[in-house]
Every structure is written in C-alpha cells, then in structure tokens.
Design a protein around this ligand. Structure first.
Ligand SMILES: Nc1nc2c(c(=O)[nH]1)N[C@H]1C(S)=C(S)[C@@H](COP(=O)(O)OP(=O)(O)OC[C@H]3O[C@@H](n4cnc5c(N)ncnc54)[C@H](O)[C@@H]3O)O[C@H]1N2
Ligand code: MOO
Length: 402
C-alpha cells in the first residue's frame, strides 16, 4: 500500500478548518492572538502638523538669512499648543511633538539658533521651508484600514492598534486541545519511574507548542495501553469542550498500539492512518463530529515533528490565521546526502548563516526518532522529498527553522 504524501495529509487535516469564534480582549492581552476583523484608524496621526525637533517655529521668509533676529512670541509644547498665529518677524519656542502654530512654515532647530534674551532669538544657520514638520496624517489618516483580519498580533501591531485608539481588539477564540498520553511505561515528569518506565516528555512539550500557536492545552494525563481506558479518555476529552484531541503514542502496529481501535470505539471517522513521512509514519487523523483528532506517534521526535507540521498549522487555521505555515526556507547543503526512500524525510540539522546567500545546513549524523538531545540543539529540519536522488554539498534544499 503506498503511503499518503505529507502535503495531501496536511490538506486533509486543514480541510474546512476555520475560525472557531470571536472574543474581545484588552490590548494588554492581545499579544499572540489572531485579529478577527479588519481595523481602521479612529483618528489621524499626527492629528495636527507637529514639530519633529526642539527649536523655534518660524515663517520661511524670516529664517533665510543668518543673523536675522525674531521676537519670541510664546511657547508650543507637546500637549499644549501656542494659541495664536505667527506674525512676520516672530518665532515660537517649540518642542518635539508639539503642534506647529498657524503661520509657521519651518522649524529652526535650537542648535542653529542663538537665544539673545527672553524675547529675542537669532537665526545662526538659515533653514529652508518645511523642515522638521510632520504633516497631519503623516503616519495614518482617520478611517484608513491598517490591520487586517487574520494577522497574528505582535508587538508592532499592538503599538499601531493603540495609536489608532482601539483599547480592545476582536480576536479569534483560542482552540482548546486535549492531550492524552498513552503507555504503561510512562510516568509524569517528577515521579519516580519503575525499572521499566520512562518519563512522559511529549505532553509538556506539546502543551508548550500549543500555547505558542495560540491554543489552550488541556492535559488529560496518562492512560494505560488498554482500549477501554483510551476510549474512556477520548470521551473525557470530548466532554472537556476540546476542539482538537491529540493522543500521544500507541499509533503504530504493535499489540499495545490501541489508539486507532479506541478512536473507532467512540465513533471517529478515519481520515487517514500512516503517511509517507520520517519521522511520523504512523500518524492518525480523524473527525468526531466537529472535533478533529490527531493520533501522534509516541517517539518523542516523531511526536514533535508531526505536531509542528500538522497540529500548529491546524491551530493557526482554527484562529483564522491567513498564513498557518509550516514555513519553508531555501538553504544550501553543507555535506553530501544519500538518495531518499519513499518517505519525505525531516532531518534534524545545524544551520550556519551566510552573509551572502541562503544558510548552510548540516544534518546530524544520527537521526533516531527517540533522541531529544539532538532535537533540542537542532536549528532546522532539512526536508528531503520522497525519492530524492543523492545530493551533493552545495546543492540547494529546503528547511523549516526550529
Ligand atoms: N513493526 C513495526 N513497528 C513500528 C513501526 C512499523 O511501521 N512497524 N513504526 C515505527 C514508527 S515509525 C514509530 S514512529 C513508532 C511509533 O509508535 P507508537 O505511536 O505506537 O508509539 P509507542 O509505541 O507508544 O511509543 C514509541 C516510543 O515512544 C515512547 N513514548 C511514547 N509516549 C511517550 C511520551 N508521551 N513521552 C515520551 N516518550 C514516549 C515509548 O516509550 C516508545 O519508546 O513505532 C515504530 N514501530
Ligand atoms: O516514523 Mo517513526 O516516526 O520513524 O520514528
């Protein structure tokens, strides 16, 4: 049986995935959330012509020659404008961000002026018209649409939204993801493992990945390798209000790999099982009415690589993110690579940046899917397409940054 290609598998997981709902959050809570509506400026910025420098607001004709003396008629400060109109021969002391008074046409910076006394300033270096004045609306105009629905809000977007005077923002509801670890051998971090046991590392890793992708992880603990216990955990996951259920382990073909059967027990419609990917071949995907269910392989690297390629794009799509990833970049092979088999390979690699072109990528020599120590220091996954012929150092390739 030929295995399902990775791109087809991802298309099935993402099929119909759309924003789940909208809620309003304050700017302070908006970081990392996905904007759910287009946002227009409620005001122009700056709302008035503003000085970009500390100095003197003057008429253009009054500042053309060095030595000209002007009468200081008043002060315009940020937040408190000079109320009058500048007459010929007058200057107004002005500060950065302050409204430029009526009649003023340029700003003489204070380094180029000499204050003679309380009432008089002298032009030391002449200044051309229009210097250091920010026109009203230079940054943006009232009504201008500046942020679009589907944008994941970072620091810069929050700054802009605040400047547009939106104290709260409509954002996508966070998808809830129930996590179920399966395996008789697993104990939670911090417990004392028995002689045949290991620490379940996948749940905390997945929880961190889910949170970083804007989701809400719900840890439903570890269940033993038993079909009923797994089906029972799936029922609990459904009852918890999860949007996505993720199981960890038990996806493969051994007698203790019961997840697919348990999915069947609770009525899951199978989307696929087994894909042309290394690591991650036994990945399971299905649907339980509105819920999406991903059965990730238990090997820690397989689990995390599958989550990176399938779960995080799904979570982003469920927030209406217009660019859900994964994101590939060009790179250059630092060493030769053998021909690839029938599974698309995601190879842990080091990356050396190059000042002149794409980065150089160097695969780790050992790629066992149980090894978290190399995953932790890898900077990228090098993507080798299925059936790729052998490749030489210097050839281009694609990577996913970690
Ligand atoms: N005869 C075959 N055997 C296997 C095949 C196959 O096609 N034929 N596929 C292999 C591949 S590829 C993978 S990947 C693994 C995945 O198997 P499972 O999803 O059933 O995973 P488990 O057997 O439950 O566990 C595998 C491995 O990972 C450890 N594990 C499990 N859960 C966790 C966790 N939460 N945290 C840390 N480590 C975990 C577990 O102890 C095992 O060592 O199957 C191959 N076998
Ligand atoms: O595909 Mo498994 O995930 O190779 O180790």
């Amino acid at each position: 049986m030929s295995l399902l290609p990775v791109a087809h598998a991802r298309a099935r997981v993402l099929d119909g995935a759309d924003r789940l709902g909208i809620e309003t959050v304050s700017l302070a809570d908006a970081g990392g959330r996905v904007l759910a509506a287009d946002l227009a400026a409620t005001r122009s910025q700056p709302p008035f012509p503003a000085s970009a420098m500390d100095g003197y607001a003057v008429r253009a004709d009054d500042a053309r020659v060095a030595g000209a003396r002007l009468r200081v008629a008043g002060v315009s400060a940020a937040g408190r404008r000079y109320p009058g109109t500048l007459a010929p021969g007058e200057a107004v002391r002005i500060f950065t961000g302050a409204p430029v008074p009526e009649g003023a046409e340029t700003i003489l910076i204070q380094e180029n002026a000499e204050r003679i006394d309380e009432e008089t300033v002298e032009v030391a270096v002449p200044v051309e018209p229009g210097r250091h004045i920010r026109a009203a609306g230079l940054d943006f105009e009232e009504g201008q649409p500046l942020l679009t629905a589907g944008t994941r809000l970072g620091v810069r977007h929050i700054a802009l939204a605040a400047a547009m005077n939106h104290p709260e923002l409509p954002v996508a509801r966070r998808p809830r993801v129930a996590l179920i670890a399966t395996g008789d051998e697993l104990v939670p971090p911090g417990a004392v493992p028995g002689p045949d046991q290991i620490v379940a590392s996948n749940t905390p890793a997945l929880a961190a990945m889910i949170a970083a992708a804007g989701g809400e992880p719900l840890d439903l603990g570890i269940v033993p390798d038993a079909r009923e216990a797994t089906a029972d955990a799936l029922a609990r996951a459904r009852a918890s209000g999860a949007d996505v259920i993720v199981t960890l382990g038990g996806a493969s073909v051994g007698e203790h790999d019961l997840v697919k059967q348990a999915f069947g027990d609770v009525g899951m419609e199978l989307g696929f099982w087994k894909i042309a990917m290394r690591p991650g071949k036994p990945l399971i995907f299905g649907r339980l009415s509105d819920l999406r269910v991903l059965g990730l392989p238990g090997n820690p690297v397989s689990s995390l690589v599958c989550a990176l390629l399938f779960l995080t794009p799904l979570l982003r799509a469920l927030q209406g993110d217009t660019d859900p990833g994964p994101w590939f970049e060009p790179a250059v092979l630092a060493s030769d690579m053998p021909a690839n088999g029938d599974r698309e390979d995601y190879v842990r690699a080091r990356v050396a940046e190059s000042p002149t072109g794409p980065p150089l990528v160097e695969p780790f020599s050992v790629q066992d899917s149980s090894m978290l120590s190399t995953l932790a220091v890898a900077k990228a996954l090098l993507v080798r397409p299925a059936h790729a012929p052998d490749a030489r150092a210097g050839e281009t390739c694609r990577i996913i940054r970690l």
